[in-house]
Each structure stands twice: as C-alpha cells, then as structure tokens.
Design a protein around this ligand. Structure first.
Ligand SMILES: Cc1cc2nc3c(=O)[nH]c(=O)nc-3n(C[C@H](O)[C@H](O)[C@H](O)COP(=O)(O)OP(=O)(O)OC[C@H]3O[C@@H](n4cnc5c(N)ncnc54)[C@H](O)[C@@H]3O)c2cc1C
Length: 415
C-alpha cells in the first residue's frame, strides 16, 4: 500500500490524481480462513487490525452484510470520552481514548480526532453528587477529569444559558481531552490497514448460519456460500442476539433504535462537546458547521434503522432552555441506528458457550469511543483464547453471577 503523505498529494496533483490506489480490496471469499469476524463496523475492523498488528494473525476475513461502516459506526454522534465510574470501564475507555490520540499516525489515515473538551452538565442536585463522585473515581483511575463550576461552564460554552428556570446549570464534569473523531474515517482507516495486511473484507455478504461440530465452531453459512474457520468473532452490535441465536446461545441484550439529527450548517459557535443528561440531549458542532444533536432511544425494542418525528421534537424541546439558539435552527436530517443494550450498560467481550466463538457487543449507545480499546481487547481474547486484563470483567456470565459493572450513572445517556 502506498503511504498517504504531503508528497503523495503533490505527486498525484501533478498526475491529475490518476495514480491513487483503492483504499481496500474487494475480494471474493476463500473457502476457509483461520479467523472470521462477522461485522465490518468499527469494533469488527479494529479487532481484525489488532489481531494482525499485535498477534500476527492475518489469515482473517471480515464479513459484512451491507457496506463497511454502514451500521452504528457510520451513524453515531462521534463523542469520545473515558469519564466512566467503574474501574474496568475507565480502563478500557481510557485505553481507547489514548489510542485515538495517535490513531491517524498509526493508520496513516486522518481520523480527525479532535480532543476539544467534553462537558457533562449537572442540572440537578443528584447529578452534582454523581459527577463529583465520578471525578474522584477518575482521579484514582488516572483519567484526567475535573468538576467545574457554572461560571467556568459559561466561559467554555458562551452560547449556554446557565440560569434556566427549570434546569439551571449547576456545574459540570469536564474532560479536557475528550472530544470527537470522524466516524467513517475510523472505519475506513482500519479497513485500509486490514486490507494492507492481506485480510479479506467481504461486503454485501450476510452471515445466515453458524456451523459447528463437537461443541466447536467450524464456519459460517453466508449469502456467498459456506466459509470455514477455526475462530469466529461476532461483532454485530444491534444484531448480536440474532447471531447468537444462530450459534445456539442467548445473550442478555436488547436491541433498540437510537436517534440523532443535525441542523443546517452555521458559523462556529461551539468548540466543545456538551452533554445534558437531565434534559436528555447532547450537542457538538461538526467541522462543516452543522450542530450534531443526539437524543434518546426509542421506548420499545426494535430493529428499525430510521428516525421518527417525535424524537426530533422531544430532543429539540429539551435542549431549547439550555441552548436557546437551538430554537432558531433548521434541522437538516435525522437517522437511527440499532444499539445493543445490556442491563448494566456495560459491554460484553467474551468467550461463549460455543468453542472457538467469541462475542463483542453491548456497547449500547456509547461504543464509538471504545473502538480502538475494544478491538485491542477482543483481539487479545481471540488470539489467546483467554481474556486479558482489559476484557476480563466484561464476560457474559457476569449477569448470572451478579457481578454487574453498573454504568447507568455515567452512561445513562452514554454516547
Ligand atoms: C444515533 C447514534 C448515536 C451514537 N452516538 C455515539 C457517540 O456519540 N459516541 C459513542 O461512543 N457511541 C455512540 N453511539 C454508539 C456507537 O455508534 C456504537 O456503539 C458503535 O458504533 C458500535 O460499533 P460496532 O462496530 O459494534 O457496530 P456497527 O457499526 O453497527 O457494526 C456492526 C456491523 O455488523 C453487520 N452485521 C449485522 N448482522 C450481520 C450479518 N448477519 N452478517 C454480516 N454482517 C452483519 C452490520 O451491517 C454492521 O455493519 C451512537 C449510536 C447511534 C445509533
């Protein structure tokens, strides 16, 4: 693969840009691979990448029923933070955040990581207590966050109304190195690097069955034929229950649509990310100038990847008191993605009852930020057959044993 660089841009400029090669190959599937990953979202691609990079496992296929990055990875609002409450969560999200810091250089692909700072507003007494507690926990975990007072919030976010009648801003949990990255670019960057290592990314190929013998996985059935493998990773977010069913086990997961919307582009007015969990909305400004606004999940389980009008109304109404300028914005488009929710709002990176079959899911409404750390941990699990320190706590049996990793305080609105 030719490296992207300023010299390459100059060279191609002189050649009328006719010399760029395709970023990844689109091969036909082989009969057999050492390892198959189902799902070419960020987590699946990152898993494949770290399998090759960290463990030298390169005979890998990543099978995707649509186009790569077309699931939640290309539908999220791109918030990156690691200010979680529990130790295992802080460890994996901080690992991911720190990998994001140099991901563009690592992949030789600009993922536009923008650590512009992230605020989680406290708008009730309960939230003040919760976020101060998280700030203390983060200090012990080595995650750099701080509690800030309303005047500092106003300094960082001039467009905010801190004196709202119902929900005044009482302070915030601030993570200065939190921020955003370009979601598609994260998928594309990993895909390019995987393809360069000789891995096959097979798009428009749906996995329809999991084959097994003597309690071990032997391969998958797909719309492009049967493919054999020794190791299988299921990394399909909102479809995890469906794939687990094919493999013959049940997961403690619910699938629900989560929605977001963007406004028309406006001049720069917000250079941090703000989450307002009590009124249930969050907002940042994209490089194009659009205000990126996230709302909540649908009130019922479903598999629909689309938006609905009442969510726009509810989310915008919720934000208007805290961000009065939102009332004057025209909204451009809205969409939905199917997220996979566990009861404790923490993910699963786990072996499964089927030998050689591993699962990575349950990132719910907030897994974009975790992609590099999750891929790192899942690759270690798949390569060694045993979880490393990052994945250990996230096994699927914790619900049977009552060892929850309760993140519903930090992650009530998880993004
Ligand atoms: C509206 C919205 C806003 C969000 N905001 C944020 C945020 O701000 N910050 C944050 O950290 N997270 C956010 N998230 C969550 C985040 O997007 C997800 O947790 C993350 O992208 C999950 O990545 P993934 O790779 O596991 O899943 P996906 O990207 O969904 O990838 C799974 C892939 O599996 C494929 N697949 C499914 N079934 C099959 C099959 N049978 N055969 C082959 N392929 C199959 C799908 O087509 C899909 O491409 C948001 C999500 C949504 C929907």
């Amino acid at each position: 693969m030719k490296r992207y660089s300023v010299f390459a841009v100059a060279r191609e400029g002189l050649r009328h840009h006719l010399g760029w090669e395709r970023a990844w190959r689109s091969p036909a599937p082989q009969k057999r691979y050492d390892t198959i990953i189902v799902g070419a979202g960020g987590h699946g691609l990152a898993t494949a990448y770290y399998l090759g990079r960290n463990h030298g496992i390169r005979n890998v296929a990543i099978i995707e029923k649509g186009w790569l990055g077309g699931g939640n990875t290309g539908r999220n609002t791109t918030i990156i933070r690691s200010n979680y409450l529990q130790d295992p969560s802080a460890a994996i999200y901080e690992k991911a955040r720190s990998l994001y810091e140099t991901l563009s250089q690592e992949l030789n692909y600009n993922v536009m990581f923008s650590p512009r700072g992230l605020l989680m507003l406290a708008q009730t007494q309960h939230e003040i207590r919760g976020y101060k507690r998280t700030a203390q926990a983060n200090a012990l975990q080595g995650v750099a966050t701080e509690w800030i007072e309303p005047a500092r919030v106003k300094e960082l976010v001039p467009i905010i109304n801190i004196g709202g009648p119902r929900y005044p801003v009482l302070g915030a949990l601030y993570q200065a190195r939190g921020g955003t990255a370009r979601h598609d670019a994260v998928a594309w960057g990993y895909a390019r690097a995987c393809s360069d290592m000789g891995m096959d990314i097979i798009q428009n190929c749906e996995v329809t069955g999991v084959t097994q013998a003597n309690g071990r996985v032997t391969g998958v059935q797909t719309t492009k034929g049967d493919i054999g493998c020794d190791r299988l990773g299921l990394v399909v977010a909102g479809h995890s229950g469906v794939l687990a069913n094919m493999a013959g086990f049940r997961l403690p997961i619910e699938s629900i649509a989560l929605q977001a919307l963007v406004s028309e582009p406006i001049k720069p007015c917000l250079d941090v990310v703000v989450m307002a969990n009590t009124v249930h909305g969050y907002i940042s400004q994209s490089d194009k100038g659009e205000m990126v606004i996230g709302g909540g999940t649908d009130g019922f389980n479903n598999y629909t990847q689309r938006g609905s009008f009442h969510h726009v109304e509810e989310t915008v109404r919720a934000l208007c008191e805290t961000f009065p300028m939102v009332s004057r914005l025209r909204m451009l488009r809205q969409w939905g993605g199917i997220v996979d929710m566990t009861g404790d709002r923490s993910p699963l990176i786990s072996r499964t009852p089927l030998g050689g079959c591993f699962i990575n899911c349950g990132w719910g409404t907030g897994g974009f930020k975790a992609i590099p750390g999750s891929g790192w941990a899942m690759a270690e699990l798949m390569a060694k057959g045993e979880p490393g320190p990052l994945a250990e706590a996230f096994n699927m049996w914790r619900f049977r044993e009552g060892q929850f990793i309760d993140e519903s305080v930090a992650a009530g609105v998880a993004h």
